[in-house]
Ligand binder design. Structure first.
Ligand code: NAD
Length: 363
């Protein structure tokens, strides 16, 4: 995506755990970025990843100031995100963070303010809205396929991450739960399609106060659940669109993720917004059949494309799409959902953000 013929921007990866290999794959083949260095609190992980990728494994403190590192890619656990992002910014590095930016508004705003002062940029996952599925949906919505958007139905109703993750307690503590961990993909997709959120209401519950680790070395041990694990609510957008959502780790069986948009002229069904290339289908008011939308944008993009776009934006002097401000608005809305459920009140979402530009010809 970045202009060819210019030196690629160097990426310094902090955190070489589960998701790091997805980034290595997703960043491959993009000439505007180069995997330069990596580090991890567990140095053996950094050395192992460096051996596979050609990155240089560095000490934690050395990476932020390394001359080859232009952008720090923050792939640490949620609780560590702010410390790593702020350390990178303090060394004058741009940052692209895994989601969420932080787990409270003050800290997230402090990261954005520090970056502003330092004259560097902040990007944040998820970047799946840059995939062909959500770019196609965006083109269809903007082109009027469903008429005026009226509502949406969103459902992620699953067994919990303990079915696949060896350390699942982190998904049931502060900064996680189904809304912050998975709902972030749905809300990001919706804000990308419909614009900013005005207010939310919600009700939640904890079905299992303790859960069992099911895979890995700790299998058979139990952990406490400290955040709601089944959340139901409704969201009002500034545009007037109103829709409902369920985010749950408490179902006995996993159902296909659901993301449906309803408009005055038709309905559109999207795939899983935590993937890049699911099919988009629509059905108009006057037809009985579903039609597959013509794909817009490149297929085969992967995690890290938001970072590629950040690098391209830096070069071109234009805004990047998976921005810290966009992530902040989604975080603001996710925290409001928790507050709405805890208080039984409708909570206004104060922040505002413009929809990021479609990928269009730049892809
Ligand atoms: N695993 C996935 O499929 C996935 C998907 C999407 C997003 N994410 C997000 O990516 C982030 C990382 O997830 P993960 O699954 O790779 O976690 P992980 O626990 O597998 O890896 C995190 C790594 O960060 C290292 N680390 C911890 N503290 C550190 C510090 N202070 N400095 C440097 N390294 C440190 C750990 O040693 C570990 O290797 C999380 O924010 C998660 O929400 C993960």
């Amino acid at each position: 995506m970045t202009g060819s013929g210019q030196a690629p921007l160097g990426i310094g990866m902090v955190g070489c755990g589960n998701v790091s290999s997805q980034y290595v794959a997703g960043l491959a083949g993009h000439p505007g970025v180069r995997l330069a260095a990596c580090t991890d609190a567990d140095p053996a992980r950094a050395v192992a990843l460096a051996g596979k990728t050609g990155m240089r494994a560095l000490e934690l403190d050395a990476l932020f100031g390394d001359p080859d590192v232009d952008i720090v890619l923050n792939l640490t656990p949620v609780a560590i995100h702010p410390a790593v992002s702020l350390a990178a910014i303090a060394e004058g590095r741009h940052v692209h963070s895994e989601k969420p930016l932080a787990t409270d508004r003050d800290t997230a705003r402090a990261i954005l303010a520090a970056a502003d002062r330092a004259g560097v940029r902040v990007g944040c996952a998820p970047d799946t809205f840059l995939g062909s599925s959500l770019q196609t949906a965006r083109a269809e919505v903007d082109g009027g396929r469903i008429g005026e958007p009226v509502g949406f139905s969103v459902a992620f109703v699953n067994r919990g991450p303990e079915v696949f993750h060896p350390a699942p307690a982190q998904f049931f503590g502060e900064g996680a739960g189904p809304v912050l961990d998975v709902g972030v993909y749905y809300l990001t997709a919706l804000v990308h399609l419909l614009g900013p959120i005005r207010a939310v209401v919600a009700i939640d519950r904890v079905t299992f106060p303790e859960r069992e680790v099911l895979v890995g070395p700790a299998a058979g041990t139990w952990f406490q659940v400290t955040v709601p694990s089944h959340v139901v609510g409704a969201i009002e957008f500034v545009s007037g669109v109103v829709g409902g959502f369920t985010m749950s780790f408490d179902a006995g069986a996993t159902a296909a993720p659901k993301l449906e948009l309803q408009g005055t002229a038709g309905t559109m069904v999207l795939g899983d917004p935590n993937t890049f290339d699911d099919t988009v289908r629509w059905r108009s008011r006057d037809e009985d059949t579903w039609t597959e939308a013509q794909v817009v944008g490149p297929k085969g993009l992967g995690r890290g494309i938001g970072l590629v776009d950040l690098a391209a934006g830096i070069r071109a002097g234009r805004p990047h799409r998976a921005s810290g401000e966009f992530a902040y608005h989604v975080l603001d809305a996710m925290l409001a959902i928790g507050e709405a459920a805890a208080t039984g009140r409708r909570i206004d979402v104060v922040s505002r953000v413009d929809r990021p530009a479609p990928l269009g010809a730049e892809a």
